[in-house]
Design a protein around this ligand. Structure first.
Ligand SMILES: [Zn+2]
Length: 231
């Protein structure tokens, strides 16, 4: 494919409010996001998570001020793909990160389906977000369901079955291994999702090749609040 930046130049996209970016707005956003490297973004997430664990009372933010600051454009410095689980809110667990800072995709089991892949590519190429984190979590219901399917052939209703089916290979891969079955599957699933993003997205792999983007995976502990980066 041609250069990712050149692709943007040819096909400027509307943002998701339907408004087409003006060039100055996009350039401002791109400069802000480019100011931080993938490793700096990772360090910022780790520091934020420590703040969340050690001093959660410091994580409150001035929403009105933030809202005004980002209304005209966004320059998120990290992309988080995580579970829809109500206990795993990225903006909170990374230290009270404010509006306009994280580009977030969520679905049960943090899977990379077509919509999610497109979301991640949009964040990486068009918003210049330098880091993608696939964040699984302790006691994930979707992963637990996949383990039951792998173990007992459990049938799941509606669209839940096909959704969970995508997680089953990760569950099968760790079945019988030492440690907690579901927790092993959570880690394996996050690892596989991160690998899938790198392997199947030409846009992301090209940005990785140029040192513009990193893709990592991690596990969130519901009890301690700690995010354990595994790659
Ligand atoms: Zn979950």
């Amino acid at each position: 494919m041609s250069c990712a930046a050149a692709a943007f130049c040819r096909f400027p996209l509307p943002d998701w409010s339907g408004r087409v970016w003006s060039v100055p707005v996009f350039q401002r956003a791109a400069r802000a996001a480019d100011a931080i490297s993938p490793d700096e973004a990772l360090a910022r997430l780790k520091a934020g998570n420590q703040k969340f664990i050690n001093a959660p009372q410091l994580c409150e933010s001035d929403m009105a001020k933030q809202r005004a600051g980002v209304a005209k454009g966004q320059a998120p410095w990290a992309t988080i793909l995580t579970c829809a689980d109500s206990r795993v809110a990225p903006e909170l667990l990374f230290g009270g990160v404010g509006l306009g800072e994280l580009f977030v995709a969520r679905n049960a089991g943090n899977m990379a389906d077509t919509a999610t892949m497109g979301t991640i590519e949009y964040g990486a190429e068009h918003l210049h977000s330098p880091l993608v984190v696939v964040l699984g979590h302790q006691n994930c219901g979707a992963v637990q369901a996949a383990c039951e399917v792998a173990d007992k052939g459990t049938k799941l209703p509606g669209s839940i079955g096909p959704m969970v089916a995508a997680i089953v290979p990760a569950a099968k891969a760790v079945k019988g291994k030492p440690g907690d079955y579901v927790d092993n599957a959570v880690r394996e699933n996050a690892k596989r999702t991160a690998a899938k993003i790198v392997k199947e997205s030409e846009i992301v792999s090209e940005l990785i090749h140029h040192g513009k983007v990193k893709v990592v995976y991690a596990r969130y502990d519901l009890n301690t609040g700690a995010v354990d980066f595994l790659s």
